[in-house]
Design a protein around this ligand. Sequence first.
Ligand SMILES: C[S@@+](CC[C@H](N)C(=O)[O-])C[C@H]1O[C@@H](n2cnc3c(N)ncnc32)[C@H](O)[C@@H]1O
Length: 244
Amino acid sequence: MLRDQFGNVTLFNGDALSVLSDMPEESVDAVLTDPPYSSGGTTITARQADPASKYQASACKRHYPPMLGDAKDQRSWTAWCMVWLGQCWRVAKAGSPLMVFTDWRQLPALSDSVQGAGWKWLGIVPWDKRNARPQIGKFRQQCEYVVYACKGSLALATRKCLPGLYTCPVITSQKVHLTSKPVALIRDLLAITCEGGTVLDPFMGGGSIGVACRETGRGYVGIELSPDYYTISLDRIRQTEQNA
Ligand SMILES: C[S@@+](CC[C@H](N)C(=O)[O-])C[C@H]1O[C@@H](n2cnc3c(N)ncnc32)[C@H](O)[C@@H]1O
């Protein structure tokens, strides 16, 4: 398995479950991640479509390397989430926050998995993306969600009162991954994690979480199955100046 380490960053190119199961218990201070949603439809055929057609409007298609692991049905996705979330729970220190991205369709399944894996569910933080597809006669699906939880009692990292909603547009020209999350949004979310602590991200994608961790002086452990995205993330995170 490919592994790179520089400063307080460790990256693995491999399957999240096998990497997590080799990590020592109570070795990270927070978990922030964005797993494949396996969403995009109510039937197995719709879910197993190419993520590029599920998650991109045809008018604005850009090409990205293939995103892996996005074709599970609802039951297997829920069970799989519970397994990797259980490993994250083992690897996290007591009091660690957990934040996991999801969409409206997978929100109920994810909150079940989070609790089933042992985490104490604390709430949902909506992310208003602004630029969602308009739908005649329907509400826009303009938000994605961060399910947030903690291991035991949350270890407070700040005395500030944090917002319950973040508005942050996706800037297409800055995307390196089909489902890239904005670095500015991640920086905001990191406010609930302790400064100088280590953040675990088992589904690194194009590395936005790693970039934000480096920019804010946090350590980062990232895991990615796709060799293409691993290389993209490695280069991107390495080039980010470390603040500490
Ligand atoms: C939603 S994307 C993450 C995007 C990332 N947050 C960003 O801003 O670029 C999820 C990533 O998980 C990867 N993945 C899927 N199954 C995996 C597995 N079993 N282990 C590790 N990574 C996996 C996919 O290849 C994909 O790049």
